[in-house]
Design a protein around this ligand. Structure first.
Ligand code: ADP
Length: 312
């Protein structure tokens, strides 16, 4: 149903009372090492929910790489396109504050060696998937190669431009939907192309979504943290239709990987034939579940837990 093409990282997580300023040292909790990376997270989220999911990614021939493969196997992901070698496994250094907010430094490692040739070699997996999900923790030329190949095979593209970077027009145009959080939305709208981001105000997300649709994606989803998400689609030759979808109210423990859980779940539901709004209604439940537990992949619910704790 879903092929995720993206990063796999070892997340090295430390809890802190507050973040250090430049030149300052603060003490944190014991280190927790866990599987992460936006691509691996999305695949694990979908697979754990029961999706038939593949992950095209690259890890190093090292302990972190073996941990990542094992985590995907446990979640139920098809790891036949999880490639090994070229550089050490990518690492993310993460601090989590008492509010559950995170800040992250990423060393791409093997993720930077996932090439367009690797994409070409996995073309059968791409052609077999209803949806391919992309993020930007791998080379942009690799992302572009997937978007191009997907248009040839009729595979729907879900694109989360994170970490945000300037995107070629054909990649933006392939996105259906473009999935962004508030930070990524502001970045894309403030890229020097002269677009007014609409400023702030209660309806800012609606204005961002309309402005983002002007850039070419077929649809846009803006995630709004505790407030849920905004769905925006342009009717053929018609007006922009926007819908807000509320997230279940939860006590946030750790937001690490919440957006990835949301996007993995969204891609799966779209691959199963759901409409965009229906898929987002499902995805906000998965995102909410993910913030109620610590960690990224470890915080993701299976289908039974989701139905019990966050019924539709
Ligand atoms: P990112 O993690 O990429 O910054 P968001 O913070 O917007 O993305 O979160 C993604 C999704 O996770 C939201 O759309 C929502 O469904 C869920 N979520 C995140 N934070 C919360 C929260 N505090 N309460 C409930 N749901 C949340």
């Amino acid at each position: 149903d879903l092929l995720v093409v993206g990063s796999a990282n070892a997340d090295l997580v430390i809890g802190v009372e507050r973040r250090p300023a430049a030149g300052e040292t603060v003490l944190g909790t014991d280190l927790v090492t866990s599987p992460g990376g936006k691509g691996a997270n999305q695949a694990a989220a979908a697979a754990r929910l029961g999706a038939r999911t593949g992950l095209l990614a690259r890890v190093g021939d090292d302990a972190h790489g073996r941990m990542l493969r094992e985590a995907q196997r446990e979640a139920g992901t098809d790891t036949s396109t999880l490639l090994v070698g070229g550089a050490p496994t990518g690492v993310a250094l993460i601090t989590v504050d008492p509010a559950g907010d995170n800040s992250i430094v990423v060393s791409p490692g093997a993720n930077a060696r996932l090439t367009p040739e690797d994409v070409a070699a996995a073309e059968a997996s791409l052609a077999a998937a209803a949806v391919v999900s992309l993020q930007l923790e791998i080379p942009l030329e690799t992302v572009a190669a997937v978007a191009r190949a997907a248009s040839g095979t009729g595979t729907r593209v879900v694109l989360n431009p994170s970490p945000p970077a300037p995107l070629p027009d054909d990649v933006l145009a392939a996105a259906d939907p473009l999935v962004v959080n508030e930070h990524e939305a502001r970045y894309l709208l403030d890229d020097g192309a002269g677009s007014d981001d609409g400023g702030d105000g209660d309806d800012a997300p609606e204005r961002w979504a309309a402005a983002l649709l002007e850039r070419g994606p077929r649809s846009v989803v803006i995630t709004l943290g505790a407030a849920g998400a905004l769905v925006a689609e342009r009717a053929p030759d018609g007006p922009v239709r926007t819908v807000r979808v509320a997230s279940p109210a939860v006590r946030a423990v750790d937001t690490t990987g919440a957006g990835d859980a949301f996007t993995g779940a969204l891609g799966w539901r779209l691959g199963r034939g759901s409409g965009l709004e229906e898929a987002v209604r499902f995805a906000v439940r998965v995102g909410a579940a993910a913030v109620t537990r610590a960690g990224a992949q470890e915080s993701y619910p299976n289908a039974q837990e989701l139905e019990k704790e966050f019924p539709a």
